[in-house]
Design a protein around this ligand. Structure first.
Ligand code: 1YM
Length: 173
């Protein structure tokens, strides 16, 4: 259950981006090595450097609990898909051998790589986006086999969940 929940957390961040009105498609790929890629066509996780922390906003999303604007001024959660209100990505990173984040934003491809929760390759520009208005986030993670006794994903479990979510979220493929 916990293993599959890792995928739900990353997908929930993409669904939040859809609820915010910026994402219409989410792809989930189970690889043969039991890593998973989740891709969305939203705005892309913010890439700016956080003034106080001195690291990219994207790195904070994957390392800090309650990073980012997932809470409103009153302290309550705003419209969220049912995930951990933005902390999910940091939890997934803490429980993964590796996390690769690729962000298409501002006509650039940005890459950020974590191993065992640590940013071994901090956010940097690795390429150009050729097509105009082509933005989004791709996250590939491999659950840590020292933490999870079972690391094999069930296609049916993931497929059933995401089919339900597609039904519940109009306009989201
Ligand atoms: C495959 C996983 O995480 N997509 C994603 C995440 C974010 C945004 C867009 C985003 C949110 C906001 C502004 C906002 C996140 N951003 C943050 C934080 N897909 C996936 N797509 N711009 C982009 O909420 O204001 C956390 S998640 F905190 F940096 F804003």
């Amino acid at each position: 259950k916990g293993l599959h929940h890792l995928v739900y957390e990353i997908v929930d961040n993409a669904v939040d981006e859809s609820l915010a009105g910026f994402c219409s498609e989410i792809k989930v790929i189970i690889h043969v090595d039991n890593s998973v890629t989740v891709v969305d066509n939203g705005r892309g996780i913010p890439v700016g450097i956080h003034s106080k922390e001195g690291v990219s906003a994207a790195e904070l999303v994957f390392t800090k609990l309650h990073a980012g604007g997932k809470f409103n001024e009153e302290g309550g959660a705003y419209k969220v898909s049912g995930g951990l209100h933005g902390v999910g990505a940091a939890v997934v990173n803490a429980l993964s051998k590796s996390v690769n984040v690729e962000i298409k934003k501002d006509d650039k491809i940005h890459s950020l790589i974590f191993e065992n929760g640590v940013a071994v390759k901090p956010l940097k520009v690795v390429g150009k986006v050729e097509k105009a208005n082509n933005t989004g986030t791709a996250v590939t993670f491999k659950p840590c086999n020292e933490i999870f006794e079972v690391t094999e994903f069930s296609y049916d479990t993931l497929c059933n969940r995401f089919r339900e979510m597609a039904f519940l979220n109009k306009g989201l493929n």
